[in-house]
Ligand binder design. Structure first.
Ligand code: F6R
Length: 296
């Protein structure tokens, strides 16, 4: 996936990036990669296994996949999906459940056969949660593993619902949500007191086994966690930083989410702009001269 700056020398960056001016273009580029993979596998008579995320980030990505289905005859009949996570306690038909989200934004609009959709069930009884998680992992394995894993990132650096402190080798399991995650979700549930306290999530180890991983992030509220994950040390305190260990990962960002990276924040440290193939312009000069809080 090529975008502005992809070929920059990345002294500070520990994962490859594609930075776009705006999120719709970024979503289209990510969707084009997935569409290419689906079509290539169809040509070989093979299935493709997608790992899917929910939340506000992938909405335009799913809209583009739906458009490709409707207008460019992209078929999903050779696709198998596994969603990353689900709130604990919500049945699949709850309007705030991630299962419901997936139907509204993707599954109801494409030709993906129902048996090829895999969602974690937030409503399994307590005694059955561990078995449910183990079965999910077995189903991923039986499908041949995940070919393409889509991720968002939380403001605390989580991926899936692997909150800070999650282990590198963690597998699909029941987790307690971080207070920041619950605060961010509270608007959807009509207040923090109604927001689930737990969730079931694929583990970091599960995610890292995907053959290709694309993490998308938009907006300046993601700039801090993106910087920590891209430029910081690998630490369980920033679960997305474990992605630095993956051989085929890419972060797809808009300018705002990339705004705290050294290449934008202090470009004279990252290297001469001429060397980066970008000219100095009034906007950059203003950004360089401006306090961080004024970026974008
Ligand atoms: C959701 C998920 C989460 C979100 C993250 C960002 O399936 O796995 O990790 O990707 O919380 O959420 P948004 O996109 O709403 O900012």
């Amino acid at each position: 996936m090529l975008a502005e700056n992809t070929l920059l020398p990345a002294r500070f960056e520990h994962v490859p990036l594609a930075v776009f001016a705006h999120s719709p273009a970024a979503s289209c580029a990510a969707a084009a990669e997935v569409a290419g993979l689906i079509r290539a596998r169809r040509g070989e008579g093979r299935t493709v296994v997608l790992g899917l995320a929910t939340g506000s980030t992938p909405v335009s990505f799913y809209a583009e996949l739906v458009r490709l289905h409707r207008e460019e005859r992209l078929s999903f009949t050779n696709v198998i999906t596994f969603n990353l996570d689900e709130y604990r306690g919500l049945p699949a038909d709850h309007p705030q459940s991630y299962g419901w989200f997936m139907r509204r934004h993707l599954f109801d609009h494409i030709d993906l056969p129902e048996p090829q959709i895999h969602l974690l069930d937030g409503s399994v009884p307590d005694a059955a949660v561990d078995a449910h998680c183990r079965e999910y992992e077995e189903k991923i394995r039986a499908a041949g593993g995940i070919d393409f894993q889509m991720l968002g990132i939380g403001r605390n650096g989580h991926i899936g619902f692997n909150e800070p402190g999650s282990a590198r080798g963690s597998r699909t399991r029941l987790v307690t949500l971080d207070p920041l995650t619950r605060r961010d979700a509270a608007g959807d549930f009509g207040g923090e007191e109604h927001t689930p306290r737990c969730a079931i999530t694929m583990g970091i180890g599960t995610i890292l086994e995907a053959r290709r991983i694309v993490l998308m992030a938009w907006g300046r509220h993601k700039a801090g966690p993106v910087r920590a994950a891209v430029e910081g040390e690998i630490t369980a305190q920033v679960p997305a930083s474990f992605l630095q260990e993956h051989e085929h990962v890419q972060f797809v960002l808009d300018h705002a989410a990339a705004g705290a990276l050294t290449r934008y924040r202090t470009p004279w440290v990252a290297g001469a702009r001429e060397y980066q193939g970008r000219a100095w312009d009034p906007r950059v000069t203003r950004r360089v001269a401006a306090p961080a809080s004024d970026l974008h």
